[in-house]
Design a protein around this ligand. Structure first.
Ligand code: SF4
Length: 168
């Protein structure tokens, strides 16, 4: 794995609310979306947080055998697709489930035609897409904050070249 620096706001070592199973959650630092009612405004500044080598994150994740998956949250993970693609590739090699959040829609991400974004998507199992829209907030939604956001089966969607919803 090529070691890269990732700008991180923080991590949660073990979570059961950020995706299926017991997960390690990485909150990336830096977000361009500024959704009204955002729960993590401290993650917006692209100069905030700290830069962490992905090798250190990988070590922390793999040393806990209870962790079945990793969630890339934000901030906006897709503003740092290069280090995250590298990390996610290694996670998949170790059999971990990878889920990512993004304030972009699936269509916006694909439309960027960015090689690193495509590399990161290729490693993801599930993507939760779209901005948090306060007027569509729904506390009953699984792993999502507002009704516009979709739980996307990334691999099936890449194959079908259209959004296929995930059944997690
Ligand atoms: S995309 Fe997420 S982190 Fe960024 S402003 Fe919206 S809710 Fe906050």
């Amino acid at each position: 794995m090529k070691d890269e620096l990732l700008r991180v706001a923080g991590v949660i070592d073990e979570s059961i609310v950020d995706g299926p199973g017991i997960r390690f959650v990485i909150f990336t630092q830096g977000c361009p979306h500024h959704c009204a009612g955002c729960h993590n405004p401290q993650t917006h500044d692209f100069d905030g947080g700290e830069q962490v080598p992905i090798s250190r994150l990988l070590e922390d994740i793999l040393e806990n055998p209870l962790i079945s998956g990793v969630t890339l949250s934000g901030g906006e993970p897709f503003c740092q697709p290069k280090p995250l693609a590298e990390l996610a590739q290694e996670l998949k090699r170790h059999g971990k489930h990878v889920m990512a959040y993004t304030g972009y829609t699936w269509e916006q991400l694909r439309g960027k035609q960015d090689a690193d974004i495509e590399r990161l998507l290729a490693q993801c199992d599930v993507l939760v897409d779209g901005k948090f829209i306060e007027s569509q907030k729904d506390m009953l939604l699984r792993f999502r904050g507002s009704r516009n956001q979709r739980l996307i089966d990334v691999q099936k969607s890449l194959q079908a070249e259209q959004v296929v919803l995930a059944g997690v």
